[in-house]
Design a protein around this ligand. Structure first.
Ligand code: ADP
Length: 497
């Protein structure tokens, strides 16, 4: 196997160079094979070793063949090396062939007789392994050698032989130039097509008739994580490597099947999100509306004292929902403005007290608010938005804590300088660890179990986190199922919008 590799050209070369080096290898191998045949013939003809070594003709063939095999091996080794410029090995080969041709016969036979045809071999080969125009260089060398031989009166100057050699050279040059140009054009066209294919966002995979991969663009490699054959068993769509893919197959005569692969995961995610949003919003709007409608009908026939209050609470729930949707839209359009004002931290605690004290009492959840003395008397930021964040966290904490539980709120300096924090901890139901990253996404709720028993559209935390980040702060959560959750909001003391 290793020996076979030695005779192959590594594919790291530029395609033109690679092609030329491969042809050169084939020619050298052909010459080496011919030398080997000659070697075997000499041995089988001579029969005994002593006879071969005493016969000068056998000795010449023996030496020549061994020489060709050795030089051929060296040339193949050089041809494989990227340090050797592309025309060097070809030039050595043609020069050697010229030398061998010149010295293999008498000057008379070479220039005058049939041996002159031998000179066509290096000329024609030079057009193949060197640039086509090199045939004329070789021709000039041959002509000079012809004239040299004639000058010394060894032979008559053979004009016809020269004319034939020049005519063959011109024809070879023309043929090879046209072939080279056609190859270059085809190569450029392939490069252009490859560039287009590489730039296409969709994956393109071409399977041969035997389902082997004939071509694949980088987008396909990426979409299918390198496992291109996985789509063979799919028809119109597939879920591969965690992605939803749409497939379009077509058959190209003589090539095989072409698959266009498109990642539709995002589309599916959007569709699912749309369904979820519609489901949550319609449920969150429909429930209070039905209550309002029901009580207002009842109000006409049998009014009871708490009816007006129930209508008010449900109307408030709807207003909160609409406010949240508006906030979310503003945040997503990056249009939410944060104000900078100085305020005492106590105002945050007061707001929670005002809005949620009754709710906590009703649920029999103990609510404790502590404002650390070490906190500056004045903080800077958007008080209303900070109140919105805190009220949302405390509202959730009370909502997800059972009777007899407690919710603690601490406003205190943060470990990092120039920062303060609002910490809301509860002894509630907790959030499963795998759902923690999700709860800050809009319309996501920690579990179906939670959604069934507790109302909410899954917007509050998403809005709170985005507002905190807009103020150059953040929200973090730690939670243990069955034990409770702690939400920590970090904000800059001097404001940060
Ligand atoms: P919702 O309006 O549904 O409360 P949020 O965005 O405020 O929306 O909260 C998202 C989800 O996070 C909730 O549905 C709930 O599953 C979970 N969650 C939030 N706070 C708590 C908490 N203190 N304890 C347990 N789960 C919570």
């Amino acid at each position: 196997m290793k020996l076979l590799q030695f005779f192959q050209i590594p594919e790291t070369f530029d395609p033109d160079d690679y092609r030329m080096r491969r042809i050169l290898n084939i020619i050298i191998l052909f010459l080496m094979a011919a030398a080997l045949v000659a070697l075997i013939a000499v041995f089988s003809y001579g029969n005994s070793c002593s006879c071969i070594f005493s016969d000068p003709e056998s000795l010449t063939i023996l030496g020549g063949s061994i020489g060709i095999i050795v030089v051929g091996t060296i040339l193949i080794a050089l041809n494989r090396s990227s340090h050797i410029p592309k025309n060097v090995v070809g030039s050595i080969l043609i020069a050697s062939l010229l030398a061998v041709t010149f010295f293999s016969d008498t000057p008379k036979a070479l220039t005058d007789g049939p041996s002159s045809n031998m000179l066509l071999l290096p000329i024609v080969l030079s057009a193949i392994v060197l640039p086509p125009a090199s045939v004329f260089m070789i021709d000039i060398v041959v002509t000079i050698l012809f004239m040299y031989a004639a000058e010394f009166q060894w032979v008559q100057f053979n004009v016809y032989a020269l004319i034939i050699i020049w005519a063959v050279s011109a024809a070879t040059w023309l043929g090879m130039s046209l072939a080279n140009k056609a190859l270059r054009d085809a190569h450029n066209e392939a490069k252009k097509n490859r560039a287009i294919l590489d730039g296409v966002a969709d994956g393109v995979v071409v399977f041969g008739v035997d389902n082997t991969i004939a071509l694949a663009n980088p987008a396909a490699e990426e979409l299918l994580d390198g496992e291109l054959t996985k789509i063979l068993s799919a028809s119109e769509s597939a879920e591969i490597c965690g992605r939803f893919l749409s497939l379009r197959w077509s058959t190209v005569q003589g090539v095989g099947r072409v698959a266009i692969v498109r990642d539709i995961s995002r589309q599916i995610e959007i569709d699912r999100a749309k369904d979820a949003i519609l489901g949550v919003v319609s449920h969150e709007m429909r429930t209070p509306l039905s209550v309002i409608l029901g009580f207002s009908e009842l109000l006409k026939v049998r009014p009871t004292p708490d009816m007006a209050e129930r209508i008010r609470i449900n109307a408030l729930r709807m207003i909160r929902m609409v406010d949240n949707l508006l906030d979310l839209a503003q945040l997503q359009a990056r249009a939410l403005k944060m104000y900078q004002e100085k305020f005492p931290p106590r105002l945050l605690a007061d707001e929670v007290d005002k809005l949620l004290c009754e709710y906590a009492l009703e649920k029999q959840v103990a609510l404790n608010i502590t404002v650390a003395e070490s906190l500056p008397d004045e903080l800077t930021g958007d008080l209303q938005r900070y109140q919105q964040i805190l009220v949302n966290l405390v509202d959730n904490a009370i909502k997800f804590t059972k009777k007899g539980g407690r919710v603690d709120i601490l406003l205190a300096p943060h470990g990092e300088p120039e920062k303060w924090q609002m910490v809301v901890s509860d002894t509630g139901i907790g959030i499963p660890t795998e759902r923690l990253p999700d709860i800050f996404e809009p319309f996501r709720r920690a579990s179906d179990y939670a959604t069934r028993s507790y109302q909410g559209a899954g917007l509050g935390l998403s809005i709170a986190k985005q507002i905190a980040q807009l103020a150059r702060g953040d929200i973090e959560v730690k939670s243990t199922v069955g034990q409770g959750s702690t939400f920590t909001v970090t904000l800059p003391i001097k404001g940060g919008a």
